[in-house]
Design a binder for this molecule. Structure first.
Ligand code: HEC
Length: 195
C-alpha cells in the first residue's frame, strides 16, 4: 500500500507538472496573440488615418518614421519582444533570423500550393536560454497594401521615390493581393511570463 501511495503521489506530481506546463504554454500563446493583435491594430489604424489625410505619399512617410517605434512601444506595453519579418523585407531590421526564415519558407510553399497557413509556436533554446517563440502570417489582404507593395509600375512615382530614399535595399514590391507578405514574430522569455 505504501508503495502504491508513493506511486500515486509521483503520478500526481507528474500530472500537475504537465498541467502546469500546458497552462504556461496557453498563457504564453495568449500573450503572443494579444501582442500581434495590438501591433496589427496600431499599425493599420495609423496607416489608415494618414492615408485618409494624404494618400500613399503621406502613408509611406509616416510609416517610415513610426513603424519601428510603434512596434517597440507595443512590445514594451505587452511585455514581449515583437517585430515584423519578411523574406522580401523593406526595412533591413525586418530581415528574418534562421527560425523565422524556415517558417516563412514553409508558409510560402504551402500558400503557393493552396494549403492553409496559420500561427506557429515553438519552444527553442537560444544562446543557452529557453524561449517561447510565436509567428503569425501577414497577408496582403487589402487593395490598399498594393499602393506600396504592389507592382512597381502601379506605385505612384512620388511613393516609389520615398521608398527608394528611405529604404535603398527595398525588396518589398511586386506582390499581388492575397499573397503572403511576412509575419508578426513574438519572443517571450518564460521567466518574465510567470511574474
Ligand atoms: C503607404 C505605404 C504602405 C502601405 C499602404 C502599406 N505598407 Fe507595408 N510597409 C511600408 C513601409 C514604409 C514599410 C517599412 C516599415 C519599417 O520601416 O519597418 C512597410 C513594411 C511592411 C512589413 C514589414 C516587413 C518589411 O518588409 O519590412 C509588412 C509585413 C507590411 N509592410 C505589410 C503591409 C500590409 C499587410 C499592408 C496592407 C494592410 C501594407 N503593408 C500597406 C509601407 C506601406
Amino acid at each position: 500500500m505504501r508503495r502504491m501511495g508513493w506511486f500515486l503521489g509521483s503520478l500526481g506530481l507528474l500530472l500537475t507538472a504537465s498541467i502546469g506546463q500546458q497552462t504556461l504554454e496557453e498563457t504564453l500563446r495568449a500573450r503572443a496573440r494579444a501582442a500581434a493583435d495590438a501591433l496589427f491594430t496600431q499599425l493599420l489604424g495609423r496607416l489608415t488615418q494618414e492615408y485618409q489625410q494624404g494618400g500613399a505619399v503621406r502613408g509611406v512617410q509616416v510609416c517610415a518614421e513610426v513603424a519601428q517605434s510603434l512596434t517597440r512601444q507595443v512590445g514594451r506595453e505587452q511585455g514581449v519582444a515583437i517585430r515584423r519579418v519578411s523574406l522580401k523585407n523593406r526595412n533591413p531590421r525586418n530581415a528574418p533570423d534562421s527560425w523565422e526564415r524556415q517558417v516563412l519558407l514553409r508558409w510560402q510553399r504551402d500558400s503557393r500550393a493552396g494549403r492553409p497557413i496559420g500561427e506557429v509556436a515553438q519552444w527553442r533554446t537560444e544562446k543557452g536560454q529557453r524561449v517561447y517563440r510565436y509567428m503569425r502570417p501577414i497577408t496582403l489582404a487589402m487593395p490598399l497594401c498594393l499602393e506600396c507593395h504592389g507592382d512597381p509600375k502601379t506605385i505612384q512615382p512620388e511613393v516609389r521615390r520615398l521608398i527608394r530614399q528611405n529604404y535603398p535595399d527595398d525588396k518589398a514590391t511586386g506582390y499581388k493581393q492575397g499573397e503572403l507578405r511576412g509575419a508578426f514574430s513574438v519572443t517571450i522569455i518564460p521567466k518574465e511570463a510567470q511574474q
